[in-house]
Ligand binder design. Sequence first.
Ligand code: NCD
Ligand code: ZN
Length: 352
Amino acid sequence: MQRVTDQLDIPVPDDFHLHLRDGELLRAVVAESARWFGRAIVMPNLASPVVTVAQAFAYRERIVRALPANNSFVPLMTLYLTDQMTVAEVKRAGASDVVFGIKLYPAHATTNSAHGVTDVAALDPVLDAMADMGLPLLIHGEKLGPDIDVFDREKVFIKDVLIPLVRRHPQLRVVLEHITTEEGVQFVLDGPETVGGTLTAHHLLLDRNDMFRGGLRPHHYCLPVLKRMEHKRALRRAIRSGHPRLFLGTDSAPHPISAKEASHCCAGLYTAPLALALYAQVFDEEGALKQFGAFASHRGQAFYGLPVNLGRIRLSRQSRPVEVPERVLVAPGVEILPFYPEDGLHWRAERI
Ligand code: NCD
Ligand code: ZN
């Protein structure tokens, strides 16, 4: 009889897509990511976006200052691509040892994306400079338009924007972040070695039905929005495939409860506290636990040219569901709700 794995040790992973915010929110959330991850690619979509290397340096300083004592977490900074980005700034970023990628948000696609790109092709000289400097383009892959259904944004972006972009820039490394569709998975599976992709725990666990179960659920609203269950199944097949360029990016995106439980609720799930256990549960359900170490601790590192972290994490299956995490107090009256799956969570992570 085959023995069921109930424990797994992996090198400390990295989070290749994370929102740490700023100010009191940063101070409230950074410790959880620093507890579980060695490094993280930190998103630049602050209220005033991180568009220059000088701003990335300053934001990095604020993150490091907010870390608990004796914590060696390394924030890997990104710049926010705007229509005004210059080749000179890209060269500064590439020469710096703090900037690890430049983030493409199509204008108005998501939280704080008003400064996003309106015409990607107009930025070809900037993208050429990124390829020369070896700086990857990190992509929020959604195309918006009056005739584009919100559930089709990723598929349309891949066809209309991404495939042509990869053809025009064969040397540029690109990461299709937080993949939510079968088309997104296929784009990475069929892509050349320059193409990678990240998967979130919540898109592996949830589908759009979860947004409406028993009433409208603002805490399940994220962008790209949850898709049909067939797409969730395609993402789950992808983790079984063991593809070398599909890796972990939580897209943990905290918002105060007051901004979630509101008309025009903000998009984003705060998954950082239980992220590793959430992923482990999905990999377990898919019979893919053997792939989890590579997914979390090796593949993204290889794509970004980073060494594997020292230190290890132990994941273990629990016979009873682990406890629901407490709300995070940001300031008096301001709290964040960590994501916890409705059917319970039967995995626990610990640093060993
Ligand atoms: C992110 C945020 O809140 O910054 N929200 C989300 O739903 N993922 C932005 C993003 O990554 O799209
Ligand atoms: Zn994000």
